[in-house]
Design a protein around this ligand. Structure first.
Ligand SMILES: Nc1ncnc2c1ncn2[C@@H]1O[C@H](COP(=O)(O)OP(=O)(O)OP(=O)(O)O)[C@@H](O)[C@H]1O
Ligand SMILES: [Mg+2]
Length: 349
């Protein structure tokens, strides 16, 4: 897919209230495409939030209709200065500042627990790093942090001269987790407001430095806690992890609704535990198969890929060396690396 073809498609999108299209207005800035993914930046110079919303929806629609396109990301940037301030007043983000130095913040969520969010998060984080991005991974699961175990790190953060927490690094990824600050198996018994405060500090009082992408591993569910977390961290996109069976897919809709409520664009759905291949080569679809892709189609969001069940993935998680690091050329790692590449293409990181 060439830049010219993409521009031609976008000429069908008229600026709301005008007969001219967004391309001839010179609003289409960055275009990137590859592997069936298209990413476009539209920079507005004026206009209302409604106009921005309409441009985004229509652009996504025409790009999705192009042959061979699997995922589409349209970043409509608001005009700088006064107009943006006015638009921000209605948005849940008006209390939020972007974190200086961090290009993109992406959350990994699911409706149900135990579907592999943390596993997907660590492998995507390491995968993105291997593919060349500068990556941070923030574990927002205060009650059940699993990132330290899965990344093989028990190091406590140190304090910088500026009194910020310096995140420990593992496999090239900067990490922050409640697990680093707790002693042993002490349970956390905080209430909501304490958690919000901590998460806020994990974003603003941690010396993340320059990052292309900060991945956020959310706790399971789509309740108030997750919703407030999404409002605490300025998110650029959400990834939803599901398993193929109906019991899990039903709650995917809640995950999507949660991101929509706080205006976070959905990057797509990952189907984890898609199938299992026995040592004799027989394929067993333990939880069914293809439900994630079908649901993505129904919900009109991108399908980011499927990850089969591999014993190696679980073992790697327990040993603290994600499969994309320990065996990058093997099929378990390739499944994650494919998803990581799609996210890179989509977000231009
Ligand atoms: N594709 C896979 N193949 C094999 N094992 C997997 C796979 N995905 C996840 N697991 C294993 O399943 C278990 C649950 O995964 P994980 O902790 O990542 O889920 P989660 O959604 O983060 O859970 P929670 O909701 O508790 O945060 C872990 O032991 C993990 O190693
Ligand atoms: Mg988890």
């Amino acid at each position: 897919m060439s830049e010219e073809e993409i521009k031609t498609a976008l000429r069908a999108v008229k600026y709301p209230g005008y007969s001219r299209d967004i391309v001839s207005f010179g609003l289409v800035k960055d275009i990137a495409a590859g592997n069936g993914a298209i990413s476009v930046v539209v920079q507005l110079t004026s206009g209302t939030p409604e106009a921005a919303q309409q441009i985004k929806a229509e652009s996504e629609q025409v790009l999705r209709a192009l042959p061979g396109v699997k995922s589409v990301y349209v970043d409509v940037r608001k005009p700088p200065g006064g107009a943006q301030a006015a638009a921000g007043a209605q948005s849940p983000w008006n209390r939020q500042e972007r974190v200086p130095g961090i290009k993109r913040v992406v959350a990994v969520a699911s409706g149900k627990g135990g579907v592999g969010k943390s596993t997907v998060s660590v492998n995507l984080a390491c995968g993105l790093q291997i593919l060349g991005s500068r990556v941070g991974l923030l574990d927002c699961d205060i009650y059940g942090p699993s990132i330290p175990l899965m990344m093989g790190s028990k190091e406590r953060p140190t304090i910088s001269p500026e009194e910020k927490m310096v995140p420990p690094r593992s496999h090239g990824v900067k990490l922050m987790s409640m697990g680093f600050l707790l002693d042993g198996d002490q349970p956390v018994i905080w209430r909501g407001p304490m958690i919000m405060k901590t998460i806020q500090q994990f974003v603003t009082s941690v010396d993340w430095g320059e990052l292309d992408i900060l991945l956020v591993d959310l706790p399971p569910g789509t309740g108030d806690a997750q919703l407030s977390l999404c409002q605490t961290v300025p998110l650029d996109g959400g990834v939803i992890v599901t398993t193929p069976q109906e019991a899990s897919l039903g709650v995917v809709r809640k995950g999507i609704a949660m991101f929509q409520k706080v205006n976070v664009p959905i990057l797509g759905i990952v189907e984890n535990m898609s199938y299992f291949t026995t040592p004799s080569g027989e394929r067993v679809e333990i939880f069914g198969h293809g439900g994630g892709r079908a649901e993505a189609g129904r919900q009109k969001v991108s399908f980011l890929g499927e990850v089969p069940i591999f014993t190696e993935i679980r073992e790697a998680g327990d040993q603290g060396v994600p499969v994309v690091v320990s065996n990058p050329d093997k099929p378990p790692a390739q499944a994650f690396l494919n998803v990581a590449q799609t996210i890179r293409d989509t977000l231009l990181v």
